[in-house]
Design a binder for this molecule. Structure first.
Ligand code: HEC
Length: 108
């Protein structure tokens, strides 16, 4: 091996080791998993817990526009039932929508 090749392979080794070292020390922060519904004394809170976090966490509620009005939440709940077959009783919908609008929407 000539001198140049030795230097190159030493360099390559350094790069490999450097990569391993930084992979071991760097950390990333993932978005919170398993976000819980915001607790509330509203009757819709318990119903949302039964009906709305079965398929996904409450993270989806958190990321809706903060100025979303009641009809937006009403449409959302109906969409969950119609499109994704969420087993939500029609009778429970008004209380769930009430909770959502007051907890995540523009009625805060
Ligand atoms: C049967 C399963 C299921 C249930 C129960 C359910 N969802 Fe969903 N939800 C989904 C799926 C599937 C999506 C779409 C995921 C995607 O597009 O990546 C979604 C998406 C959402 C989103 C994100 C916005 C959007 O339009 O994609 C919100 C907000 C939401 N759901 C709220 C609710 C609420 C409120 C309830 C209770 C009334 C509920 N979900 C119940 C399956 C469900």
């Amino acid at each position: 091996m000539n001198e140049k090749a030795t230097t190159l392979s030493a360099l390559a080794l350094l790069i490999v080791m450097g990569g391993a070292a930084s992979a071991a020390t760097k950390s990333i922060t993932l978005p919170p998993d398993g976000v819980q519904l915001t607790p509330s004394t509203l009757p819709g809170y318990a119903k949302a817990q039964t009906n709305c976090v079965v398929c996904h966490s409450a993270e989806y509620m958190v990321y809706q526009p903060p100025n979303a009005a009641r009809p937006y939440w009403d449409a959302m709940v109906k969409r969950m039932k119609a499109v994704f077959k969420a087993p939500i009783e029609d009778a429970d919908m008004p209380e769930i929508v009430d909770y959502l609008a007051k907890t995540y929407g523009n009625e805060k």
